[in-house]
Design a protein. Structure first.
Length: 244
């Protein structure tokens, strides 16, 4: 752990799927990826979004595998669901609104006018509820492409929790999924979302077929979005990660 940029002694806050997060003095956090890499592309995406008015933490520094960000005060959306300060239907609508706001912005690099920035991991753990409103974190998987894929991935992630009977939020996740689908636009091919999640992102890949079936069932109950769904087929290669 480097401390050469006058960031002070870090304090470990938590460990995610790919990175450790450390608290730093001055209202900042250090996100350090354990497998190395280059965070500059991820930082560019976050800076672009912040300039465009989308709620992301301010980037203070990006170098190698280390990203120094503004520390956002507030619980995650998961914590708010557990505490009962946000309802499942409210959480679903919030995720749909965040996707609507994100997909209204132009892509950073693509020449395709239909392409948009995609988060590809938007779920309640990656939304912080600041005093000013929700803030979206963890842009590791961000890419550019069709918004329908981004929505399909979020629906699938929610379904993965909903089909896990041992998960304490399984019932709530199913309710969030229904609210999200009802408030969201058309979903893209679920098979592509399955391929993305199967590439090392899903905690339990064996549940993906059951989760995909739940997404299909849920979308089928919402006629306004059901036209955008396709049943799972052989999975194409997942979209590129922003920092690869």
């Amino acid at each position: 752990m480097t401390e050469s940029r006058d960031v002070g002694a870090p304090v470990l806050l938590g460990a995610g799927r790919t990175a450790d997060v450390w608290a730093l003095p001055g209202g900042r956090v250090l996100r350090r990826y354990r497998d190395g890499g280059d965070v500059r592309a991820e930082a560019d995406v976050m800076r672009h979004l912040r300039r465009s008015g989308f709620p992301v933490p301010r980037v203070h520094h990006a170098d190698g595998a280390e990203l120094v960000l503004e520390r956002v005060a507030g619980p995650t959306l998961v914590e708010a669901l557990r505490a009962g300060t946000v309802t499942a239907s409210g959480a679903g609508r919030m995720l749909a609104d965040l996707h609507d706001r994100l997909h209204a912005l132009p892509a950073l690099r693509s020449a395709d006018p239909a392409a948009r920035l995609l988060h590809l991991d938007l779920h309640p753990h990656n939304v912080l509820l600041a005093g000013s409103g929700p803030v979206v974190i963890d842009w590791t998987d961000s890419a550019e492409g069709p918004p329908t894929l981004d929505r399909a991935v979020t629906a699938l992630i929610l379904a993965e929790v909903a089909v896990d009977p041992a998960h304490p939020l399984a019932t709530a996740a199913g309710e969030v999924l229904r609210a999200y689908v009802a408030a969201s636009g058309s979903l893209g091919p679920v098979a592509q979302a399955v391929g993305h999640r199967a590439a090392g992102r899903a905690p339990d890949p064996e549940r993906l077929p059951e989760a995909a079936a739940l997404v299909a069932e849920t979308v089928g109950a919402v006629p306004s979005t059901s036209a955008g769904l396709r049943v799972p087929q052989p999975s194409p290669a997942p979209p590129p990660r922003s920092r690869s």
